[in-house]
Design a protein around this ligand. Structure first.
Ligand code: HEM
Length: 448
């Protein structure tokens, strides 16, 4: 890849630059007055952060960045009736929730329905003064857009503190594996998948649908509010602590081992496919080697051996690598979520019960929702017989897999035939499908 041909000054910044954000606020809005909204948005366009700006020297970057995205009902409210060529986007996520395996009873009211017209994503990497850059930008939005919009919901997400920075709430390092994008990424890490730009950007080579020309260099964003039951996860892995083949683990080590096998990575990010029995923080932190595996090994069977990584593990279900005969470049997406909610309190930890809302403000970008997020969730995570052609049934993905029975196999390396009925530790509480237009599409079409 040469990193040169995409018009990076025209592509919104969060899509291709998988930034780890210290803080990220999601400001969901409803449009009350389309005409005054368009006037305000037109004046606001210079504040919207492009990919080029995020790649510029730190000294010339703003203290926070802003991106904007619209739901299907939001575009309709603005008088844009074009078919964008994505049926899940057109119907919205609430209509798709049961297909995704969600229980509608856990969806929070701001997301239930199609009332959300758009979202501002406001992020910063500035640590201090905590929160002030984001609130400055939120005030800017409130004063610029006035009564043309109403806030429907707001999620203030943030990186976890101290050594947990970059780790999601269960404790696992996140933001390790994203695809490289041909024509954009200047380096390809060992083991990293390279996807055509059209797997992520609408209208680019590899995009599989016909769309209006103004959608070039946009993307679809799947947003999910995913609540995480952290003390419950910790208690369950302790209760079900597993043993290594030598029988040498303490209960806590056996719990960590089970958690690592549920994800396919240790908390440090080290892949169990490379280091199956113990965590290796140096490996976890090394981008030159922490993706350099594909589950295939010369002296073991890809169709039956789960000694290194269960077939049902989170990273194996969502990126099966050598489990699929052909190198898959379609069912990839770029993840850019941020954890939300407080750290586990001592009373939550001692009672093994969540009393506060915490989880993942999950974001995935792709040119076709049904090939990216939705495929990973429904066809892979929720589907017990995926990956295919194994000698045993892999079972459901134990972290984000939805549906019943919640049986994941292969978690116990000593006896991979043991099926674990895994409680639901991740509960979808809302979400929406959005279109993230290019900056020129905002000026030329959306505010026209
Ligand atoms: C990777 C956590 C939800 C798709 C990962 C990793 C962690 C993680 C720790 C490994 C680090 C990395 O490769 O960056 C979580 C948590 C979730 C969640 C805690 C929910 C609260 C989802 C959902 C999907 C998804 C809903 C899609 C349906 C992926 C993909 C990867 C990944 C595609 C990269 C796999 C690879 O290339 O190795 N996730 N995740 N995740 N996750 Fe999730």
């Amino acid at each position: 890849t040469n990193g040169t041909f995409l018009p990076i000054q025209n592509i919104q910044g969060d899509i291709l630059v998988g930034m780890k954000k210290q803080l990220e606020t999601f400001y969901f809005f409803h449009i009350n007055d389309p005409a005054s909204f368009k006037t305000a948005l037109n004046s606001y366009v210079p504040t919207i952060t492009s990919t080029a700006t995020l790649l510029s020297p730190a000294s010339s970057q703003p203290l926070a960045f802003v991106n904007i995205a619209f739901s299907s009902t939001g575009l309709q409210a603005l008088g844009i009736t074009d078919d964008l060529g994505d049926s899940q986007f057109s119907s919205g996520m609430y209509a798709d929730a049961t297909n995704l395996g969600d229980s509608l009873s856990t969806w929070e009211s701001p997301f239930a329905g199609t009332n959300i017209h758009g979202v501002f994503l406001i992020g910063t990497d500035q640590l201090a003064p905590q929160d002030s850059y984001v609130s400055f930008y939120v005030s800017g939005i409130v004063s610029t857009f006035g009564s043309s919009i109403t806030e429907v919901d707001r999620i203030d997400a943030s990186a976890r503190p101290g050594d947990e920075a970059g780790h999601e709430h269960f404790g696992f390092l996140d933001g390790i594996s994203n695809p490289a994008v041909a024509g954009f990424s200047t380096t390809v890490l060992p083991g990293q998948t390279v996807v055509p730009s059209g797997t992520i950007l609408t209208g680019r080579l590899g995009d599989v649908a016909l769309r209006p020309s103004w959608t070039l260099d946009g993307t679809f964003m799947a947003f999910r509010k995913l609540q995480q039951k952290v003390p419950e996860f910790d208690a369950w892995t302790l209760e079900n602590a597993i043993q290594n083949p030598e029988g040498t683990l303490t209960v806590q080590q056996g719990a960590d081992y089970l958690g690592a096998r549920m994800f396919g990575r240790w908390k440090s990010g080290a892949p169990t496919d490379i280091t199956p029995l113990v965590d290796d923080p140096t490996l976890g932190a090394d981008p030159q080697s922490n993706n350099n595996f594909d589950f295939a090994h010369a002296n073991s069977s890809l169709i039956s051996d789960q000694s290194r990584c269960p077939f049902s593990a989170h990273i194996r279900k969502t990126n099966p690598r050598a489990d699929l005969a052909d190198a898959n470049t379609i069912n990839h997406a770029i993840r850019a979520g941020t954890p939300y909610g407080p750290e586990v309190s001592s009373s939550e930890a001692s009672s093994n019960t969540s009393t506060q809302d915490r989880g993942m403000a999950f974001v995935e970008y792709q040119s076709t929702i049904g090939n990216g997020f939705r495929f990973q969730q429904i066809n892979w995570a929720n589907t017990a017989n995926f990956p295919p052609l194994k000698t045993v049934t892999p079972g459901i993905e134990p972290i984000v897999g939805q549906g019943s029975p919640r049986t994941a196999d292969g978690l116990n390396p000593v006896d991979p035939s043991v099926g674990y009925t895994v409680p639901q530790f991740v509960i979808p509480t809302g979400g929406e499908y959005f279109f993230v237009p290019s900056i020129s599409a905002i000026t030329d079409v959306i505010t026209a």
